[in-house]
Design a protein around this ligand. Structure first.
Ligand SMILES: *Cc1c(COP(=O)(O)O)cnc(C)c1O
Length: 370
C-alpha cells in the first residue's frame, strides 16, 4: 500500500519519535565529529577519556541534584545487565517487584534467581499502575519510574518497610525527563538511549549510602558474583572514572553533550516542563479526538515522556504508523508485545514541542486520507 504523502508545511523538522534508541540532537553529533573526535579511538585508561567519565558523573550528579553521600556508578551492558547485577549484588534475600508492563516484568524475572527467595511480584493491568506495599523480609522494592512499554509513570516514593530495605527505581526512560526527588530512593538506574539522548549499552546508577553499604556487604558475603556483573567492581572502578572493560567512548561523549544542554537550560525542572508541554499536547488532542483516546485511563498515571494513544476500529493504527514512516516520521509503532491498535510517541526532552504539534497534524491528515 502506498503511503499518504504529507504536505511539507505540516512535517516535523525531525521525524524521530521512538522510545529508544531515541532522537539524538544534531548538535551532539556535530560536536562528536568536531571537538569530540580527538577522544575517539583513544585509550579509556588515559586521562582524556577518564576525565570525560568524570565529567559525565558530575553532570549526572548535578542533573539529579544528588544529596550528600550519593554517588554515580556505571558499568557496561545497559539496564538489562543492571537487573542481573542487582540480582547478584543488591538483593540480599527477597525483592518486591511492581510490574505494570514489560520492563518491570523483566527485572522481576531477573530477581527470580536460584540463590534468592522467590520475589513478591505484584502486577497491574497494562495501562495502570500499582503501589509498593511494605512486607516483612523484603529488602529491595523495585519499580520503573516510567514503564516505557505502556506509557505509565509511577511516583518515586520511599517505601516504609523493614529497616535497611532499599527502594530501587528503573529510570531508563524517565531519567532526564521527569522531575523527582532522588532522596526518595536508594538506587536510580538507567541507560542513556532515551531522554539522555545517547546510545545504549551502558548503565548508570545514582546510589545512596545505604545502597553502597548493601553492595559492599553482599560482595563480602561469599556469594558467587561474576566479575562483569559485580556492583562492587563497578563501584570501585567508577570512583576511578573507569569501567571494568572498554566502554563506548562516543556514547559517553554524546551523553556529556546532552547533560551540558539540559543543565545550561535550567536542569531537570526545565526538562520536565518541556516534556509536559509535548505530552499534554498529545493527551489533549486524543481526548478531544473522535477516534483516539489515551490508553492510560487515569490522568495521574499518564507518562509525560511516553504517550500511548489507542484508536477505535475505524482507524488502523499500524497503517498510520507505516504511512508516517513513508514520510520520514519513524517509530510511532506501539510496544510490540502489547498488541493494541495504538500509536506510541516519545516526548523526550530532545524532541521539540513544536515537532509534536506538527506530528499531531500529520496523524490527523493521515487518518482522514488513509
Ligand atoms: C529501554 C528500557 C529498558 C532496557 O534498557 P536496555 O539498556 O536496552 O537494557 C529497561 N527499562 C526501561 C524502563 C526501559 O525503557
Amino acid at each position: 500500500m502506498a503511503h499518504v504523502t504529507l504536505p511539507r508545511d505540516i512535517l516535523p523538522r525531525d521525524g524521530r519519535f521512538g522510545c529508544g534508541p531515541a532522537k539524538i540532537r544534531p548538535e551532539q553529533v556535530a560536536a562528536l565529529s568536531g571537538p569530540g573526535s580527538i577522544l575517539l579511538g583513544t585509550s579509556h585508561r588515559q586521562s582524556p577519556v577518564k576525565s570525560l567519565v568524570g565529567q559525565v558523573r558530575s553532570g549526572l550528579s548535578d542533573l539529579l541534584r544528588l544529596p550528600k553521600g550519593y554517588e554515580i556508578i556505571l558499568g557496561n551492558g545497559g539496564s538489562t545487565a543492571f537487573w542481573d547485577a542487582a540480582a547478584f549484588g543488591l538483593i540480599e534475600k527477597r525483592s518486591q517487584n511492581l510490574v505494570f508492563g514489560e520492563f518491570g516484568g523483566k527485572f522481576g524475572a531477573a530477581a527470580s534467581a536460584p540463590w534468592l527467595e522467590a520475589p513478591d511480584i505484584r502486577k497491574a493491568e497494562p495501562g495502570s499502575s500499582i503501589a509498593a506495599e511494605a512486607v516483612e523480609g523484603i529488602d529491595v522494592y523495585a519499580w520503573p519510574h516510567n514503564e516505557t512499554s505502556t506509557g505509565v509513570a509511577a511516583p518515586v516514593r520511599r517505601v516504609a518497610g523493614d529497616d535497611g530495605a532499599l527502594t530501587v527505581i528503573d529510570a531508563t526512560s524517565a531519567a532526564g525527563g521527569i522531575d523527582f526527588s532522588v532522596s526518595q530512593c536508594d538506587v536510580y538506574y538507567f541507560a542513556p538511549q532515551k531522554n539522555l539522548g545517547s546510545d545504549g549499552g551502558i548503565w548508570f546508577a545514582a546510589v545512596s549510602p545505604a545502597a553502597i553499604e548493601r553492595i559492599e556487604r553482599v560482595a563480602a558475603s561469599g556469594r558467587y558474583i561474576p566479575e562483569f556483573l559485580s556492583l562492587k567492581n563497578a563501584l570501585d572502578n567508577s570512583r576511578l572514572n573507569q569501567t571494568l572493560n572498554t566502554p563506548a567512548v562516543s556514547t559517553l561523549y554524546l551523553l556529556d553533550k546532552q547533560l551540558e544542554w539540559i543543565l545550561s537550560n535550567g536542569g531537570l525542572q526545565w526538562a520536565a516542563d518541556r516534556t509536559a508541554e509535548s505530552s499534554s499536547a498529545l493527551y489533549e488532542w486524543a481526548e478531544a479526538s473522535e477516534h483516539a483516546t489515551p490508553f492510560v485511563a487515569d490522568p495521574a498515571d499518564r507518562s509525560p515522556v511516553v504517550v500511548t494513544i489507542d484508536f477505535d476500529d475505524t482507524v488502523d493504527a499500524a497503517a498510520v504508523a507505516k504511512s508516517l514512516r513513508g514520510n520520514g516520521i519513524v517509530d510511532t509503532e506501539p510496544y510490540r508485545k502489547l498488541g493494541r491498535n495504538q500509536l506510541r510517541v516519545a516526548t523526550f526532552v530532545s524532541i521539540e514541542p513544536e515537532d509534536v504539534r506538527q506530528l499531531i497534524k500529520c496523524i490527523d491528515y493521515t487518518i482522514e486520507r488513509l
